[in-house]
Design a protein around this ligand. Structure first.
Ligand code: R5P
Length: 281
């Protein structure tokens, strides 16, 4: 088996190759003067190949399509595509009549280029029903648990995200909960754990995406005012737009995986991904 590192996911592909001992190929890549992408894979390929490439931002989608075809033309018999961060995944319904359901469009097109598809912690797993080939959503709960092994409790920022807190806490054998909004009066709303008392506890907040940091900033301020001694926020995909890190300064730590690269990309998931996709590592 061979892992091919697309230009948008080089770090994660390298992490998987190191964890699994599989061969890593980094295609030759440059931009033509007009900005279009050039790729070359000098090596012949055979058997199963895993292409790791984000479909984000938009240019990543074109690169992914070109690379998937190139890998087949170099001799691969089976192309397993891992899209760590699937762009457009949050546009999963028409919120206003006439709006594009972009996630379905993207999945349909990229799945036609490969034999199997996997992604990591997709916003809405039902989007994968649009795939023409077998599609898998992976939540690397064990990796998050290993990273958070000194925390007392695991919290999700809302009820819709509670499956993440539950999955991580199960590996840790620690309590978990999710935050709810409680209205105190006409003017004031607080966020607090549905059932747990966090006073004196070190609390991990787990989310899929951190974008502006607003969700984590609110949660962390509230947890501190309820007596939490330490608040660490982790997410799968760190977009960290604008002044997100400043907004989250009440956290003792903010960390993400390497699905998107930033100064906070410090949670290793390569070994777990390799086990679940390649069966090794
Ligand atoms: C919401 O559905 C997501 O799970 C995240 O909580 C959200 O995307 C975080 O966004 P922000 O960092 O802008 O609050």
């Amino acid at each position: 088996m061979t892992i091919v590192a697309g230009p948008r996911s080089r770090e994660l592909a390298a992490e998987m190759a190191e964890a699994s001992g599989q061969k890593l190929i980094v295609p030759e890549h440059k931009r033509f003067p007009d900005g279009e992408a050039y790729f070359r894979i000098p090596d012949d390929l055979e058997g199963e190949v895993v292409l790791v490439q984000n479909a984000f931002p938009d240019g990543g989608i074109v690169e992914l399509l070109v690379l998937a075809d190139l890998i087949k033309s170099r001799g691969a018999e089976y192309v397993h595509l891992l899209v760590p961060y699937l762009g457009y995944a949050r546009q999963d319904k028409s919120f206003t009549p006439g709006e594009a359901v972009s996630s379905g469009t993207i999945i349909r097109h990229i799945s036609r280029s490969v034999d199997a598809l996997a992604t990591i912690d997709i916003h809405s797993p039902s989007v994968l029903d649009n795939s023409d080939v077998p599609a898998q959503n992976i939540y690397p709960a064990k990796s998050f648990a290993d990273f958070l092994n000194d925390m007392d409790v695991v919290l999700a920022p809302d009820e819709g995200a509670k499956h993440r807190a539950e999955a991580v806490a199960e590996h840790l054998d620690k309590p978990w909960d999710h935050l709810v909004k409680v209205r105190l009066d006409d003017q004031h709303v607080v966020m607090e754990p549905k059932g747990l008392d966090v006073s004196g506890m070190s609390v991990a907040i787990v989310d899929d995406i951190i974008s502006t940091g607003g969700t984590i900033a609110r949660a962390s301020e509230q947890l501190r005012s309820q007596g939490a001694t330490r608040v660490v926020a982790v997410c799968t995909h760190g977009l960290f737009s604008g002044n997100a890190f400043d907004r989250m300064s009440t956290c003792d730590g903010v960390h993400s995986t390497r699905t998107l690269m930033s100064e906070a990309s410090s949670i290793p998931i390569g070994a777990e991904l390799s086990r679940r996709i390649l069966g090794s590592g």
